[in-house]
Write a protein that binds this ligand. Structure first.
Ligand code: ADP
Ligand code: GLC
Length: 480
């Protein structure tokens, strides 16, 4: 089996910079691919947190990139082989990867992420003497121009894979930027990067990549329909032969309830008393009544329309009527933050919320809650339900995308066969969410059934092993 060399290109990577599941995937897949004979080097922007977090091995001056000097820094962090684009005029600023401290997108995002794709294209076409990949793998719109740059360079370009983590982020910019970004005017047309009058970096990737993957088979089937295609469905149908879904895995070392450094009491399946200590600790942390018997639901999520948490706000009277508690960890849209804050104030001891981003608490929620709620309107894969499975928090999920692919609903058939791992409902509906919550509470109160579900959940294979094999197979097929 010959070694395959891959340049992975992304805008976030755990543990250095993370706003969501993209970082987890980009951070965990390389180690799993190494076991499949694939060497991955990951190119990311040189945000301050990235430059501060890597052990540098070398620096290579690049020519100017979009009006400022740039350096390619090589190094490692958390076992990752990183290539960092250090371009201070683009990345050396306080704030998030996409937006400033005021929450507004950085005005020069087109150039910030085009630079990433452009330098990747240079590396991929032999512009860096030290190393050249066999294949490039671009993640989401931030890397979407890479396949387009390679297309227009033509001969000598390696094949490219574009992975869609979320079609809702199209990476749209003014069409006038086309030339400034180094693409020909001819690219600004429907059969190029044009998307309803805008220049879309995601469209560039979807149009020009040799293969397109997305992060679950369910989402792969949904995005060719008008309902979930978000305007890209026509293109995706036309490219159907190049499209496939490969389910995400999780980093089972980082997310291991038996060794988790963030937990009050590490545990494994069957050690329910240890698990109960995490529940009590979580109840204390969130200001909830310490009550071993009350079913404790939790949410760990970006607070956005996608996640359907407005439906959960509407379903809270029913959740409370069931005698349940709710713990929320999330940040995002103001109305949702305010909504959960207000509910916590109105129902002290029953509803608790922490607004903000907190990695430790995310682990503690999975270990302490009885169930995790994911009422998403759409969900390309979803990682929190995978963490929940591994931690024995029963996922209660909308039957969309990767959620439908990863949770086995506790219907009478599955319960009879002893294989259920969670509860599903048809999205998006407050009434059906209420029904799912009620159903989960009934199951919870039947302790042997609940324990069986927890054991099944914790035994689910949520590792990267299978998915990594699929990616490696895809790469090899492309290079054959
Ligand atoms: P998405 O990428 O759409 O946000 P995923 O379920 O794929 O959804 O991934 C979300 C990731 O972000 C998970 O690792 C989850 O634990 C984490 N996360 C989301 N919100 C928070 C938060 N407020 N604090 C800590 N981690 C969070
Ligand atoms: C996106 C999706 C999420 C997926 C993650 C990682 O953020 O919203 O469903 O799990 O990417 O692929």
């Amino acid at each position: 089996m010959s070694l395959v060399q891959v340049l992975s290109v992304a805008s976030e990577v755990f543990p250095l910079v993370k706003t969501g599941g993209l970082a987890d995937v980009v951070g965990a897949l390389p180690a799993a691919l190494a076991a499949e004979g694939v060497r991955v080097r990951t190119l990311v922007p040189g945000y301050p947190a990235v430059l501060a977090g890597i052990a540098v091995s070398a620096r290579h001056a690049l020519g100017p990139v979009f009006g400022g000097p740039a350096t390619l820094v090589t190094g490692t962090a958390a076992g990752l082989d990183l290539l960092v684009l250090d371009a201070p005029h683009l990345y050396a600023r306080d704030g998030g990867p996409y937006a400033g401290p005021d929450g507004r997108d950085w005005p020069d995002n087109a150039f910030r992420f085009a630079a990433l794709a452009l330098v990747a294209a240079d590396i991929a076409t032999g512009g860096w003497a030290d190393w050249r990949p066999d294949l490039v793998h671009a993640h989401d719109w931030q890397a979407g121009l890479l396949p387009a740059y390679l297309h227009y360079r033509g001969a000598g370009s390696p094949p490219s894979v574009m992975t869609v983590h979320n079609l809702a982020f199209a990476g749209k910019f003014q069409p006038e930027l086309i030339r400034l970004l180094g693409l020909p005017d001819a690219a600004m047309q429907p059969d190029g990067v044009e998307f309803f009058g805008a220049l879309s970096m995601l469209k560039a990737g979807l149009r020009f990549a040799d293969r397109i993957t997305t992060v679950s088979p369910g989402y792969a089937a949904e995005i060719v329909t008008a309902e979930f295609g978000m305007g890209f469905d026509g293109l995706l149908r036309a490219r159907g032969a190049a499209l496939c879904g490969i389910l995400n895995g999780i980093d089972t070392a980082e997310w291991n309830p038996a060794t988790d450094r963030y937990l009050e009491a590490p545990f494994s399946a069957g050690l329910w008393q240890a698990r109960a200590r995490n529940k009590a600790a979580l109840q204390v942390l969130l200001g909830l009544a310490v009550d071993a018997e009350a079913p404790l639901f939790c949410v760990v999520s970006r607070l956005s329309w996608q996640k359907g948490l407005d439906l959960l706000l509407a379903a809270l009277p029913e959740l409370l009527a069931q005698g349940a508690q709710l713990a929320v960890l999330g940040a995002g849209e103001n109305v949702l933050e305010a909504g959960f804050r207000a509910q916590a104030l109105a129902h002290p001891g029953r509803i608790g919320c922490v607004i903000g981003y907190n990695e430790a608490l995310a682990h503690q929620m999975q270990a302490g809650a009885d169930a995790l709620l994911v009422p998403s309107r759409f969900e390309p894969c979803g990682l929190t339900q995978l963490y929940a499975l591994r931690y024995g928090a029963i996922p209660v999920v909308a039957r969309v995308g990767g959620l439908g692919d990863t949770v086995i609903d506790a219907n009478p058939m599955a319960l009879g066969a002893g294989v259920a791992t969670g509860v599903q409902f048809a999205a998006p509906s407050t009434v059906l969410l209420e029904g799912a919550i009620a159903r989960a509470v009934v199951l919870y109160r039947d302790r042997p059934v609940w324990r069986r579900m927890q054991i099944n959940a914790m035994a689910s294979d949520v590792s990267w092993r299978g998915p990594a094999r699929s990616y490696a197979g895809l790469y090899r097929a492309m290079l054959a």
